[in-house]
Design a protein around this ligand. Structure first.
Ligand code: MN
Length: 283
């Protein structure tokens, strides 16, 4: 199943080049009171929501996908976790290019571990990336994003993929410089998720997906998730050895080689096989 959020916080079921408005499926979510949960409510109740989507999709109003404004498929993630330099060729290019490493030691992911991005950086494809520091180099990074489906603490490798609700295309937009990654990558609009959530049961093998990103029609990044240094299951094992993952937490699995600068006015097109395509403007 492919589930999107669109326009004014509508919930959509993606069906080919159409989207069905299944917003009323969210009526199954439990009523909330302050303090609100620090995880995503829809993902925490995804089995019920999916059942309701199937029911209400039958008489649902339908739109052309090209006519809707796509939002982040996850509205309220509690954490955005990201893997640095998790493709060997990207590690090599980062070490070779002073514009990328800025005299920072670029160490292997096994030594650096994971970092967190502010949830306030998250947008959907229709909202654009807005360059915050035009005087500094800002790079695109396409990444496979795994969305955690359940509370997960100290999980085993065997269990890990069963704890994933689904997958999206993720952008980990980055201003280069000497500061901590969490600062440089947490700028408003510097995390993009889209075009929709493809539920895990619709993804045969997340460890062999083609990723492709073009800027202005020119291919910049092209790779396959089989080249991840630490695969999705082991990233989850690693993350949950430090902290508990919650429903809706986003795990950005790292970007392959080919990162490069983006400028206002440019357009990024991204595709991951089986997960769809999304277009994101740079402002
Ligand atoms: Mn990244």
């Amino acid at each position: 199943m492919q589930i999107c959020r669109f326009n004014d916080n509508r919930l959509g079921l993606v069906d080919g080049d159409k989207v069905k408005d299944v917003t009323s499926a969210l009526d199954v979510l439990p009523a909330q009171h302050y303090p609100l949960p620090t995880h995503d409510l829809m993902i925490a109740n995804l089995p019920h929501v999916r059942e309701a989507i199937t029911t209400v999709a039958k008489g649902a109003k339908s739109y052309a996908l090209s006519d809707v404004r796509l939002l982040s498929p996850i509205a309220n993630p509690g954490k955005i976790i990201a893997a640095p330099v998790n493709y060997k060729k990207h590690l090599d290019e980062a070490r070779a290019d002073p514009q990328i490493h800025h005299q920072n030691q670029i160490a292997e992911i096994q030594r650096v571990g994971l970092f967190l991005k502010a949830t306030s950086s998250l947008v959907g494809p229709s909202e654009s990336v807005t360059i915050r520091h035009p005087d500094r180099r800002t790079d695109h990074e396409i990444e496979l994003a795994a969305i955690i489906g359940t509370r997960a603490d100290r999980v085993t490798r065997e269990q890990a993929l069963a704890d994933v609700a689904g997958y999206c295309i993720g952008f980990d937009i980055t201003v280069r410089g000497p500061e901590e990654r969490s600062l440089r990558k947490s700028i408003d609009s510097y995390t993009v998720l889209g075009p929709w959530l493809t539920t895990a049961d619709s993804v045969a093998d997340p460890s062999s997906l083609d990723l492709r990103l073009t800027v202005g029609g020119e291919v910049r990044q092209q790779a396959n998730t089989r080249d991840l240094i630490i695969g999705i299951a082991d990233l989850i094992v690693f993350a949950t050895s430090f902290y508990t993952l919650m429903p809706g937490d986003v795990l950005l699995t790292g970007t392959p080689e080919g990162v490069g600068p983006i400028k206002p006015g440019e357009v990024m097109d991204a595709t991951i096989s089986g997960l769809g395509s999304m277009r994101v403007e740079v402002r």
